[in-house]
Design a binder for this molecule. Structure first.
Ligand code: NAD
Length: 489
């Protein structure tokens, strides 16, 4: 029998404390070999003035114990508060978010009785970098950042997870027909890494039609790997159509740390009424037990939960779903009574559902993350995109003025507005804002440009009275153009 493992627990806000207490009671009764350190995160801490929602002492506990079981927290609305979840995921390097969505029909009605999929969502990058700026009175931007290591880590994790869990197919979803560099890299690395996994069936869908397919025929999917934003949206949708967001748990996995939580929030309106469903958090707890190798306990808890559902003992949210399909045969109970019902069934196995067998299921974490080091790749500066705030000139007037400022080294290749080419040869009908991207490339391959060439170009632009607001350097990396063309270029 292995020694007790110390883990960190946050009981959270809203329904958090009730569902966490219920889960701890169940897993303790099932014989979990755990010791708990409780930390306070969320609303109270935000209101004490820690805008991140977590205190320095709590960080210490998290870093010491490495495993974090977290109930949902309330993020105060408006001003200055940062998402604690995003903060914890990034600070602790929890790059993989694993979200199973499984149907328990007919006991929990779902239109998709055969649905059993896992979404693996990249957890640290994409638009969630949260780098946003207002650059002109009319235009704000959010940077969508994908790194090669970050992408390769999540793709490798998804392949390893698929293989380790005995699943057969891995689907990748991106929008690389539009975002050819960010989503394009995600797809490309999926194809590259996929070659190392001949035993796994692979497919790629453009995310819009892919999501439509998840909503229509979720039973056709097995494991799906996605960038952060798409994965966030798809996994809530998948959980909801499987039965309810209140049922799904998730694992956030990194090389050194892991965090387990329900996918739903703190549902403040349901708090302190012994109403909430602890099942989502319990499923997160099962993933945690598997992660730390207490598979025997995970199996016992999961089978008891399945038997409870089969016996039609449910909380209000599931009762409502059952009522909607015209059934009357169920017992509606509160949070505490639901936990008691699961505890009473510990050691029992479901009759209708296939009992889970976890003896040989490997941990959620699969070795140290791996990625190729590309830092030394050859990078050649070939030009610059100068972004201007200009409110009076037409595209042609702006173009003609900038042509004269390009100098000996550069030529003005194009001007775009919101990504669409407007000079040379734009259409007068194209709507223009006060935010212009002006692309200067070196005049020929024989010319070498450097930072100083760009500084001089910028001085000329500034002296001519233009308001530059940002620059993006243009590079060739390993001989390939490493920037997108303008729309219509
Ligand atoms: P929510 O998921 O908390 O609740 C939406 C609705 O779903 C609730 O009104 C309730 O009817 C139902 N519901 C959710 N979980 C349930 C459960 N376990 N049992 C029964 N019914 C349940 O979403 P929200 O109302 O948008 O967010 C409330 C707060 O939670 C916000 O402050 C938000 O920032 C926070 N939140 C936290 C997390 C997290 O900590 N991981 C995740 C999402 C939202």
């Amino acid at each position: 029998m292995d020694a007790k493992q110390r883990i960190t627990i946050a009981r959270g806000d809203g329904i958090g404390p009730e569902i966490m207490d219920a889960c701890l009671e169940i897993i303790t009764a099932a014989g979990a070999r755990l010791e708990f350190d409780f930390i306070e995160v969320g609303e109270k801490i935000y209101l004490q003035g820690y805008t991140s929602g977590i205190s320095p002492e709590a960080w210490e506990t998290l870093r010491r114990n490495k495993i974090f079981f977290k109930a949902p927290i309330t993020t105060p609305q408006g001003g200055g508060y940062k998402s604690l979840n995003v903060n914890i995921r990034k600070t602790l390097g929890l790059y993989a978010n694993v979200r199973p969505a499984i149907s328990y029909d007919p006991f929990i009605p779902s239109k998709y009785p055969k649905m059993n999929l896992v979404i693996i969502r990249e957890n640290e990058e994409d638009l969630y970098a949260g780098i946003e700026h207002q650059q002109t009175p009319e235009v704000v931007q959010c940077l969508k950042l994908f790194s090669r290591p970050g992408t390769e880590k999540i793709i490798r994790y998804a392949f390893e997870f698929t293989r380790a869990q005995g699943r057969k197919k891995l689907t990748c979803m991106t929008k690389d027909n539009i975002m050819k560099m960010t989503d394009g890299m995600f797809h490309k690395i999926f194809d590259e890494v996929g070659q190392e996994y001949p035993d796994i069936e692979k497919e790629h869908w453009i995310v819009d039609i892919g999501m439509a397919k998840i909503a229509d025929t979720p039973q056709d999917f097995d494991v799906i790997v996605m960038p952060n934003l798409y994965g966030d949206i798809a996994s809530d949708m998948a959980a909801q159509i499987a039965g309810s967001v209140g049922l799904a748990g998730s694992a956030n996995i990194g090389d050194d740390f892991a965090m387990f939580e329900a996918i739903h929030g703190s549902a403040p309106r349901r708090a302190n009424q012994n109403l909430a469903n602890p099942s989502g958090l319990l499923h997160a707890g099962i993933l945690m037990l598997l992660h730390i190798g207490q598979n025997d306990v995970a199996e016992k808890v999961h089978n008891a939960w399945l038997k409870t559902i089969e016996d039609r003992v449910v909380t209000y949210d599931i009762a409502r779903k059952i009522k909607e399909v015209g059934e009357t045969n169920y017992t509606e109970v509160g949070t505490k009574e639901f936990a008691k019902a699961v505890i009473e069934r510990l050691g029992e196995r479901p009759q209708h559902f296939k009992p889970v067998e976890y003896a040989s299921v490997p941990p959620m974490k699969i070795g140290k993350s791996q990625y190729k080091n590309v830092r030394d790749q050859e990078k050649v500066l070939v030009g610059v995109d100068v972004f201007l705030n200009e409110k009076n000139l037409s595209p042609n007037e702006l173009g003609q003025a900038l042509d004269k400022l390009a100098g000996d080294e550069f030529k003005l290749v194009m001007i775009s507005n919101r990504g669409q080419l407007v000079y040379p040869g734009g259409f007068p009908e194209t709507f223009c804002t006060d935010h212009w991207r002006c692309r200067f490339e070196r005049k020929s391959d024989m010319i070498t440009v450097n930072h100083n060439s760009i500084r001089e170009l910028l001085s000329r632009i500034e002296q001519a009275g233009f308001d530059w607001i940002k620059l993006e350097n243009l590079y060739y990396i390993t001989g390939q153009r490493a920037y997108s063309l303008g729309g219509g270029q």
